[in-house]
Write a protein that binds this ligand. Structure first.
Ligand SMILES: Cc1cc2nc3c(=O)[nH]c(=O)nc-3n(C[C@H](O)[C@H](O)[C@H](O)COP(=O)(O)O)c2cc1C
Length: 325
């Protein structure tokens, strides 16, 4: 590992490390208004949510890296104590990037970016029509750390009204594929949280998984399972007993699976299709497999079942594999 002490690096080097390792960062598109009534719009990726009761979010209109000067968003927040924070979607990302241009104080970035201002209900700053998720906010605190270039000014805000497009909900939940958010990473990199980039991990809230330390050695040391597979194995509440393993083996042995093939290509074909039942049946009825290969094929079967969220089947198959060491 490379090691760094921040005090031995330049500020841009520290900034680059942080932006590379802390991400993807959500982007707050923040609208403020000066005391003279001039609109301002800028994106901030040093941003997140910190509580829901009351709803509290924070972002950092930091001092400029170049000269330590303060940004318009900071001045406006100090002057008026209000803002609107909106989510940034893929469709608007180029316009949002344009809004980050350092126009002189007094220039309205709604006009420069072409994004559409609409009235808010409870605060003076405008909302951005193009964003499907808008939060009207009051400033609670501005916490400043340092006065050099890139020093943090953390604007802590309470959300006092949400405006959310009906189009982004599915079964009562804001669905990633519908909101199509983008996030900031290092340098000029962004990422888009949609499609195959989205996956689910079952919450271990209600149950208490047995934990990594309880995994049998032959599972932990297998070179078929990935670290994520082991994490998922460890999330089971109770490890199946040996007679439950026997039960599955007997059940699958007795099962009449139509058109099951025993050719050498068949296992690979079932694996490609994630058909872990056929994979197990193939192993059980194929006599010409060495113990070493049998163990490997069983582990591949358990992995397929696990990745198809059939954790019981996966565990039983993995335990059965352990009998062929
Ligand atoms: C996606 C994106 C994220 C950004 N995040 C931040 C940030 O977290 N903090 C910051 O001070 N500047 C950030 N910037 C740069 C500001 O948007 C930029 O300095 C802007 O000109 C500030 O505008 P203002 O002076 O009108 O407040 C970001 C820029 C982009 C494009």
């Amino acid at each position: 590992m490379k090691e760094y002490l921040p005090q031995e690096l330049s500020v841009p080097e520290v900034q680059r490390l942080l932006q590379g390792g802390v991400g993807p960062r959500p982007i707050a598109l923040v609208s403020t208004i000066s005391k003279d009534g001039i609109n301002n719009l800028s994106p901030f990726s040093f941003f997140n949510v910190f509580g829901a009761n009351p709803p509290v979010i924070a972002f950092s209109p930091s001092r400029r890296g170049r000269d330590g000067s303060l940004k318009d968003t900071y001045f406006n927040l100090i002057e008026t104590k209000e803002c609107v924070v909106q989510a940034v979607t893929f469709e608007m990302v180029e316009q949002v990037s344009l809004a980050s241009t350092e126009y002189e104080r007094g220039i309205d970035e709604f006009i420069k970016s072409g994004l559409t201002p609409i009235d808010s209900d409870l605060v003076k700053p405008k909302r951005v029509k193009e964003s499907p998720f808008q939060m009207e906010c009051k400033l609670l605190d501005m916490m400043s750390y340092g006065d050099g270039g890139a020093a943090a000014n953390i604007a802590i805000c309470e959300v006092i009204k949400f405006h959310v497009s009906e189009d982004i909900f599915e079964n009562g939940l804001i669905h990633p594929n519908k909101i199509d958010l983008v996030a900031r990473m290092s340098g000029d990199f962004y990422c888009r949280a949609i499609g195959e980039n989205i996956f689910e991990v079952e919450k271990p809230v209600k149950k208490k998984g047995v934990g990594f330390d309880q995994l049998p050695e032959f599972i932990r040391n297998s070179n078929v399972y990935s670290a994520n597979n082991l994490g998922k194995f460890a999330n089971i509440e109770t490890i199946p007993l040996e007679n439950a393993v026997n039960g599955l083996i007997e059940e699958v042995t007795a099962k009449d699976l139509k058109d099951i093939e025993l050719s050498s290509d068949a296992f690979r074909f079932y694996k490609e299709k994630n058909n872990y039942l056929y994979m197990l049946k193939y192993i059980l009825i194929n006599r010409d497999i060495s113990n070493e290969d049998r163990k490997k094929l069983l582990e591949q079967t358990a992995k397929c079942a696990l990745e198809s969220n059939d954790n019981e089947f996966a565990w039983k198959t993995a335990l059965y594999a352990g009998r062929f060491q």
